[in-house]
Design a binder for this molecule. Structure first.
Ligand code: GLC
Length: 430
């Protein structure tokens, strides 16, 4: 049923886009022929959507050739690629995807996009996502998606094992995951696991661990005022609990998982619960195993009594070493436009940064959780990238490395967090 609905939606979307495209104007910025390169996203169905984006852009701006080079799946690896490229003042990649936590790190190497946008165009976006890209007097990038951590769950399995709804707390999640896993294995599915998430040592682990920590009441790594918040009982408890999942309700290999690894297990029908970003929603309908039997909810709460979702998101910027800045800006502008955010919302369940799209009937119909989980998105917890600025990546690496050593049993939580607190204090000069 859901697949039929998807096909109808895709058709409705195509017709709506065609109708809209007739009236829409695409700003090519330059008439000069140019070839530009964009480092694409390999996660979920993003690569397919990006090819559609380029084709639509070329309808209006055929003189600008866009070459897509597939980037790495891990945000941390992507940043490392960029930093190596920029260190050599290379313009090899003209158009860059910029994670919500990177404007402070990358701004000096990105073109100021402010002159290319009208006030009206900027006012269409959520102000916080525009503000986040303004570093000094420069707008380093333009937002094209936002996101937050969410819980995916199997409706069929909850019902089969007698649970009324998704877990409200981490303790409940543990209990349900264990019951379902035992039951499914007893039925002969030896590959079945209770809960999959992102445990590799990279930026994704920072977001998962931040959710465990904040929901337990342990603070948010570095407070907005600059105070380090990691060595405390709540955070120790939160990370010990997560370490206990590894090899019990979560596969031992979870400590090597990035987003699409978790999604692969889920997609194959081998997980009861998954922590992931919104992108995993629409592509899950394509799964033979679970396409009709899943839903999403807020992540469970910890001892603080509330749940926490890490705030994610991406913008698009132009490399200041690009040989074709105007052509690159034209593509970046199109990428972040209403039409493209709508395409990504419907085809990839990617939350837009343009407020009006949340009132768009096609979008609401394709992605009902945008409205249903409104409070999750609006109340998401940012990582401390504003307060730590250019040092954010070192903060995050120290944090994810400490968490990873707890998860893999290298260090106990108390020792790892005490050392982490000292490292962060000295990095931040407190
Ligand atoms: C998602 C988020 C991004 C985050 C990354 C971590 O792509 O949108 O903000 O840094 O996941 O893996």
């Amino acid at each position: 049923m859901r697949n039929v609905r998807r096909i109808l939606l895709a058709l409705a979307f195509t017709l709506a886009t065609l109708a809209h495209a007739q009236g829409a104007t695409i700003d090519c910025v330059t008439d000069a022929p140019a070839t530009i390169t964009f480092m694409g996203d390999p996660v979920g169905n993003a690569a397919e959507i990006e090819r559609e984006t380029v084709a639509a852009f070329n309808e209006a701006c055929p003189h600008i050739t866009v070459t897509i080079v597939s980037g790495p799946a891990s945000a941390s690896d992507l940043l490392a690629n960029y930093l190596t490229m920029l260190e050599g003042q290379s313009g090899d990649i003209d158009v860059m995807r910029v994670d919500v936590i990177w404007p402070g790190i990358l701004a000096e190497n990105l073109v100021d996009l402010m002159p290319y946008f009208s006030d009206e165009e900027l006012a269409a976006h959520f102000p916080g996502f525009i503000q986040n890209n303004i570093i000094g007097d420069k707008m380093a990038a333009i937002a094209f998606r936002l996101g937050a951590g969410m819980l995916y769950y199997r409706t069929d399995l909850l019902e089969r094992y007698g649970f009324d709804g998704p877990p409200a707390t981490w303790d409940e999640l543990e209990g349900m995951a264990r019951t379902i896993q035992e039951g499914e294995r007893a039925e002969g599915n030896a590959d079945f696991w209770g809960f999959v998430w992102q445990g590799n040592n990279y930026e994704g682990l920072t977001t998962n661990a931040l959710e465990w920590q904040v929901s337990e009441g342990g603070g948010s790594i570095v407070s907005p005022a600059g105070d380090v918040e990691v060595a405390n009982d709540a955070t120790i408890r939160a990370f010990e609990r997560a370490a206990g999942w590894v090899g019990t309700i979560s596969p031992p290999g979870v400590v090597g998982y990035v987003e699409d690894d978790a999604r692969g297990v889920w997609h194959a029908g081998n997980a009861a619960f998954m922590r992931n970003w919104p992108y995993a929603y629409s592509i899950s309908f394509d799964s033979e195993a679970i396409g009709d039997v899943f839903d999403v909810a807020a992540l469970p709460a910890g001892a603080s009594g509330t749940s926490a979702a890490a705030m994610g998101g991406w913008s698009i910027g132009v490399n200041r070493y690009s040989a074709n800045v105007d052509a690159a800006v034209a593509f970046a502008k199109y990428f972040a436009s209403y039409d493209e955010q709508k395409r990504r919302a419907i085809r990839s369940s990617i939350n837009p940064t343009i407020a009006a799209l949340y009132q768009d009937a096609d979008v609401i119909e394709a992605v009902p959780f945008f409205a249903g989980l409104d409070s999750v998105f609006m109340g998401a917890t940012p990582r401390p990238s504003t307060v730590t600025g250019t040092r954010y990546n070192r903060v995050s690496t120290l944090y994810s490395t400490a968490v990873h050593s707890i998860l893999t049993g290298g260090e106990d939580a108390e020792t790892a967090l005490t050392l982490l607190e000292l490292d962060l204090e000295s990095l931040l000069g407190n």
